[in-house]
Design a binder for this molecule. Structure first.
Ligand SMILES: Nc1ncnc2c1ncn2[C@@H]1O[C@H](COP(=O)(O)OP(=O)(O)O)[C@@H](O)[C@H]1O
Ligand SMILES: [Mg+2]
Length: 1030
């Protein structure tokens, strides 16, 4: 219902209880119409389902829909036949209660379809294999069989059920169908021999003619064309069926024939049984074609041909059959006398036989299907009863059959009124709610008119049938008139031989003609005997017990039998919880999308739907258990949201108070809340819908948060696990490391203590370790980078040798690196240094002061430097290159006088130059090879004694001369000279003391080298005293 409350704006209301103007029939019909036009064929009145025949296939019965309704609350989803089926089914399964679903409505309103849908739904509940599937197949298969033999086309319905059917589906303890049982009511047997215009005989005749293959047809001696048979072609006398229509019909019959063959298979019919069935059907067709002529007053058979076929098919005696059709054995005083029939009587006799055979066959079929549906296991079971009984019928001409059918509907209507009112009333009483009586039409008076003894229509009819003498339909009518002169529901029209009953569903005029015959429907004994003598046919052979066939006692009349069976049916139905499906036919033309207000209104009226609604609404429009109500609406009140732990009733009370619902608007029952007006519940529902949005937003947020948190917790857990693993791994690693370290330490200490003892593994290790530690340390230390840096870490004593080796390697390495990166110019400079070292290191103290500077080529002062060019252009030979030029002082050898001079070493000569104002003046030039010696002291002084030997030249003999100079850079000069001359031995370092100086081969003066407190050079009496500080 909540669902319908929610959707009320869309297409009418899904539950009439919510209809505001619930007393208005117009509003009721309008709601049906609105919904019907949107293909919403189902609407509830409380728990009653109102269904309108759509006359077209709707996509609402597939497996998806079945699934949707399975296990759902009745009101949670839009109204549907599946909702009814599911509720009944669940009650059976869960509560083990017998339920029944009563489907009522006019012919053509969709009862049989509804039954089938329910059956399909229940069968579908068994999604199992093996026996359950077998039962399911059987349950589904019995419908096509019943429809073939019991349904026919009428002006109201192309597939009208011409018998009443009540079916029990047994549900086993496991909740699956385990079997079933069918009761049938009053088959309209007249149809076998007669059909009104536009109507047809039972489907099976046509299905057999269209569906049987040539073999079967020829065995049954059938032509395959229904128009050839008198029992089939009467209905079409006035209706010219169009070719296209006929094509469609042929196709349908063929299809249906296949379905019944499949159904035979599913219900395990034997081939013999099937053959007997078809043979009987064929025999009836042939029987219908037996024709009689009038021979005087008596009937004669036109031709024996058809009778022969019938007797052959049924396996009875031809002569007996012929005789039974044209004669009647009259038993008079123990003797049997044959009385001949006239033509009319013979025809009646033929038709009676046909009807009886068909009726017996139908009964056999029901019994055979029941046998197939019998539950094999005897475990506890509950049932769902499905009642699909013919609906109220009003034709142009209504006869005994319509009378019975409409009587049946009166009884069912009575039951409906009684049960709906009763249950409603019971609910109010049980819930302690004051109950207000609703006026409704009680059809008891009509039922009494029909059935009450002794003057009801049926007792009168029976009386008339039994009365000896001249009883006719007319006398019956007369009796009726006499007994009910002023009955408000009965009108008699003697002129037309009609009587009218004002049924609850409307007035019906019955033609009294045939009432007596049809009620008596007595097959004369000869014909019964014929039937039981059909040797070949198991169905007919056992149709009557012997006693039945031979007894002279009259059987109960048809109407009384029917009355009795309805009584039994009422008992059965009352013993179960009822559900109602009220079917409505939207129009008279079997047309889809056509909604006739008048026709629907009429049905609404007589089905008592308005009363039903009024009863439902008299008290309260809406009721719901406190639990359910609270569950749905508790979010509307802070006291009940989100959890309310007290009793549901109190919770509802709190909720309603909070919503300020006026006390008059509702009543609190024992277990349920009753709300009087739909508006009240609409307001609550609207508030709920609004609240739902808020809640949904909250739920979404919470849900997202929760999901995030879950993800976070998952991640955290993963991380912790990973961390644990890593920590463990690291701890184990550390432990091992420590173990190893401790062991190493122990061994190391031991090794240390025993280091001087004999070599063992331990002290070897110690040594190794110490070495390693030292080497490692060395590797990490800042070792000298410069070749000049001589620092080096002090090694442990026992590694001195290694350290020295390493140091030398390191140095060499540094040097190698240095040398590799040395330019040729620098290398030259270094070579000069090396040469100087070789010449003077450790020999002359002055050397030390020469180390820091590189040697250069021109060592001239500011005044003499510019003369270099002049020297090179005008003094030097063009082939020479200047190697070194320096200022110097010269002492002459005689007076030891000092003079400024310059000396230039070229590649060939050594020049003595005198600096003048404009340039140098050449004083002397000696080829390099003439220079013999460069004598210096071992001291700090810069005095040079240069010895030149001039070779003999002409008359001039070889002559040795010494020259004394003071050079600003003595070491540099000596080195340059040695370099250019290639004579290292030329340098002589003399010890302190006196050196004689030769001049022109003679001893001249002398130089005295010595050490003193200060540097000093002093000439004294031809001796140059050169004193250097230490
Ligand atoms: N729910 C439905 N969906 C589609 N067609 C339907 C439905 N109910 C009835 N019909 C159509 O109406 C016809 C008559 O319905 P049926 O159940 O035989 O009526 P009833 O048994 O009340 O006389 C069916 O043959 C079918 O064509
Ligand atoms: Mg039907």
């Amino acid at each position: 219902m909540e669902n319908s409350i929610q959707n009320r704006e869309t297409v009418g209301v899904e539950d009439f209880v919510l209809l505001e103007n619930y007393r208005s029939e117009d509003a009721f019909v309008e709601n049906l119409r609105k919904r019907f036009q949107e293909d919403l064929i189902y609407t509830y009145i409380g728990s009653v389902l109102v269904s309108i025949n759509p006359y077209k296939e709707l996509p609402i019965y597939d497996a998806k829909h079945m699934e949707r309704y399975r296990g759902q609350n009745f009101y949670e989803l839009p109204p549907h036949i599946f909702a009814v089926a599911d509720t009944a089914y669940r009650a059976v399964v869960h509560e083990y209660k017998d339920e029944c679903i009563m489907i009522s409505g006019e012919s053509g309103s969709g009862k049989t379809e509804a039954t089938k849908k329910i059956l399909q739904y229940i069968a579908q509940a068994s999604r199992h294999s093996g026996t359950v599937d077998d039962v399911k197949d059987k349950l589904l298969a019995c419908n096509p069989l019943f429809e073939a033999f019991g349904n026919a086309r009428t002006t109201r319905n192309d597939n009208s059920s011409r018998f009443g059917k009540y079916m029990d589906v047994e549900i086993g303890v496991e909740g699956f169908p385990i079997g079933g049982h069918v009761l049938d009511y009053l088959l309209e047997r007249t149809r076998v021999v007669f059909q009104a215009p536009g109507e047809q005989n039972f489907h099976v005749f046509y299905q057999l003619l269209k569906g049987a293959d040539q073999n079967l047809l020829s065995r049954l001696k059938l032509s395959g064309n229904w128009k050839d048979y008198h029992y089939l072609n009467q209905g079409c006398r006035t209706e010219s069926t169009q070719i296209s229509q006929e094509d469609a019909l042929n196709k349908r019959w063929l299809q249906e024939f296949r379905e019944i063959i499949h159904a035979f298979d599913a219900t395990h019919f034997t081939p013999k049984e099937i053959s007997d069935l078809f043979t009987t059907v064929a025999a009836i067709l042939h029987l219908g074609n037996v024709q009689f002529m009038e021979d005087g007053d008596y009937a004669e058979m036109k031709s024996a041909e058809e009778v022969v076929i019938v007797s052959e098919l049924l396996g009875c005696s031809r002569d007996d059959l012929m005789q039974a059709l044209t004669h009647r054995g009259v038993h008079a005083r123990q003797e049997k006398v044959l009385a001949k029939f006239n033509r009319e009587q013979a025809t009646t006799s033929r038709d009676s036989l046909a009807k009886a055979v068909y009726a017996k066959t139908f009964q056999w079929l029901i019994q055979r299907v029941n046998q197939a549906l019998q539950a094999s296991n005897q475990s506890r079971s509950a049932v769902i009863g499905l009642l699909d009984i013919y609906g109220f019928e009003v034709f142009e001409r209504n006869s005994f059959e319509q009378f019975c059918i409409n009587y049946c509907n009166e009884k069912l209507q009575q039951l409906f009124i009684e049960l709906t009112l009763r249950s409603e009333q019971e609910e109010y009483v049980a819930e302690n709610i004051p109950w207000e009586q609703v006026e409704y039409f009680d059809n008891q008076i009509i039922c009494a008119l029909i059935e009450a003894k002794p003057v009801g229509i049926i007792p009168l009819l029976d009386d008339e049938c039994l009365r000896p003498g001249n009883a006719t339909d007319a006398t019956f009518l007369e009796k009726l008139r006499e007994k009910h002169t002023k009955h408000p529901h009965l009108l008699i029209n003697r002129d037309k031989q009609q009587f009218t009953i004002k049924h609850y569903a409307g007035n019906v005029i019955y033609d009294v003609e045939g009432f007596l015959d049809k009620n008596g429907e007595l097959l004369h004994r000869d014909l019964k005997e014929i039937i039981i003598r059909c040797r070949n046919n198991d169905i007919l052979k056992n149709a009557f017990t012997n006693e039945e066939a031979t007894s002279l006692k009259r059987a109960l009349s048809t109407a009384t039998q029917f009355k009795n069976s309805l009584k039994e049916l009422t008992v059965i139905l009352k013993s179960k919880d009822p559900f109602y499906v009220r079917c409505i036919r939207p129009n008279d033309h079997k047309a889809s999308r056509n909604f006739s207000d008048t026709i629907v209104r009429h049905q609404v009226k007589y089905l008592g739907l308005m009363e039903n609604l009024r009863v439902r609404r008299a008290g309260y429009a809406y009721r719901r258990s406190y639990d359910a109500f609270l569950r749905r609406y508790k979010s509307l009140c802070p006291d009940t949201w989100p959890h309310y732990n007290g009793p549901a009733r109190e919770g509802v009370s709190l909720l309603l108070n909070y919503l300020q619902t006026p006390a008059k608007a509702y009543a609190m029952g024992v277990t349920k809340l009753f709300v009087r007006m739909p508006q009240t519940i609409f307001a609550i529902e609207d508030a709920f819908q609004e609240r739902k949005n808020d809640l949904v937003t909250k739920i979404i947020a919470l849900w997202r948060g929760r999901r995030q948190r879950q993800a976070y917790l998952r991640d955290r857990e993963d991380i912790i696990t990973a961390q644990n693993a890593v920590r463990r791994f690291l701890a184990v690693k550390l432990l091992n490391k420590r173990r190893v370290a401790a062991r190493s330490l122990r061994e190391f200490i031991k090794g240390f203590m025993e280091r001087h003892g004999p070599m063992t593994d331990l002290n070897r290790k110690f040594w190794l370790q110490t070495r390693m530690v030292y080497l490692n340390k060395l590797a990490k230390m800042a070792l000298p980078v410069s070749v000049l840096d001589k620092s080096w870490p002090t090694p442990p004593p026992f590694l001195k040798e290694t350290s020295d080796l390493l140091r030398s390697l390191h140095m060499r390495n540094r040097v190698l690196k240095y040398v590799k990166h040395c330019s040729p110019e620098r290398k030259f400079l270094m070579d000069e240094k090396v040469l100087a070292e070789r010449l003077f290191k450790g020999k002359k103290t002055l050397y030390l002061s020469s180390i820091p500077q590189f040697f250069i080529t021109v060592r001239l002062g500011a005044e003499t430097k510019p003369f270099v060019e002049q020297f090179e252009n005008s003094i030097r030979q063009p082939t020479e290159k200047t190697v070194y030029a320096t200022d110097c002082r010269k002492w002459d050898r005689h007076g030891l006088k000092e003079r400024n001079r310059a000396m230039v070493i070229t590649t060939q000569n050594l020049y003595f130059l005198e600096p003048g104002k404009a340039g140098f003046k050449k004083k002397n030039a000696f080829p390099l090879y003439t220079v013999d010696k460069l004598t210096v002291s071992a001291n700090r002084d810069s005095v040079l004694i240069l010895t030149v030997t001039t070779p003999a030249q002409g008359k001039k003999p070889e002559q040795t001369n010494d020259y004394i100079f003071l050079l600003p850079n003595l070491i540099e000069f000596a080195m340059k000279f040695v370099l250019v001359s290639g004579k290292e031995s030329i340098v002589e370092v003399v010890p302190n003391g006196r050196c004689a100086i030769k001049a022109g081969g003679q001893n001249g003066c002398a130089v005295d080298f010595g050490l003193g407190s200060v540097d000093n050079i002093l000439g004294h009496k031809k001796i140059l005293i050169v004193q250097s500080s230490t």
